[in-house]
Design a protein around this ligand. Structure first.
Ligand code: GDP
Ligand code: MG
Length: 171
């Protein structure tokens, strides 16, 4: 039997956008309110995606790394999720620079990428519209999901991870 494919996924985005909450939601289907913000962790996870067992190694970055550490994480990864917080415009403005750095580090390779706008449960204090997220994703030619790590009714969080795995496998 062929060895099941392994993909290395790294999660980027400003501190506080909910990277750890999203990873924990994906792995446990639960929400944990407080997660050490300085912690950087890797997890292994197996999932059946399109009738194929895929092993993921997931790196949850802290979001406060210096440039050398960021570049190291980017070299390590096969695919990337960039997360912003829909209630924090500054976190949205950090997406494009992260993408540029990714392109720079991975060139001339195409970078499998998914854009996630998190905290969609906080629509009443939203600072970034869904359309802006969609437009940015179109510019970056990547998939886009708005989701909530704490109220993930439709399973959108898992969908984002699975789509990234597909994107990596397509390359
Ligand atoms: P990280 O620094 O990107 O890893 O962010 P964390 O996962 O530590 O989350 C930062 C804060 O945002 C914590 O207080 C979380 O409880 C909160 N948080 C994360 N995701 C959501 C979400 O989807 N909705 C809401 N309302 N809060 C969230
Ligand atoms: Mg974290």
């Amino acid at each position: 039997m062929a060895k099941s494919p392994e993909v290395k996924l790294a999660i980027f985005g400003r501190a506080g956008v909910g990277k750890s909450a999203l990873v924990v939601r994906f792995l446990t289907r639960r929400f944990i309110w407080e997660y050490d913000p300085t912690l950087e962790s890797t997890y292994r996870h197996q999932a059946n995606i399109d009738d194929e067992v895929v092993t993921m190694e997931i790196l949850d970055t802290a979001g406060q790394e210096d440039i050398q550490q960021k570049e190291g994480h980017m070299r390590w990864g096969d695919g990337f999720i960039i997360v912003y917080d829909i209630t924090d415009r500054g976190s949205f403005e950090e997406v494009a620079p992260l993408r540029s750095l990714l392109e720079e580090v991975k060139k001339p390779k195409n970078v499998p990428l998914v854009l996630v706008g998190n905290k969609s449960d906080l629509d009443h204090i939203r600072q970034v519209s869904t359309e802006e997220g969609e437009r940015l994703a179109a510019e970056m030619a990547c998939a886009f999901y708005e989701c909530s790590a704490c109220a993930d009714e439709g399973g959108t969080v898992a969908e984002a991870f699975h789509e990234l795995c597909r994107e990596v496998r397509r390359r």
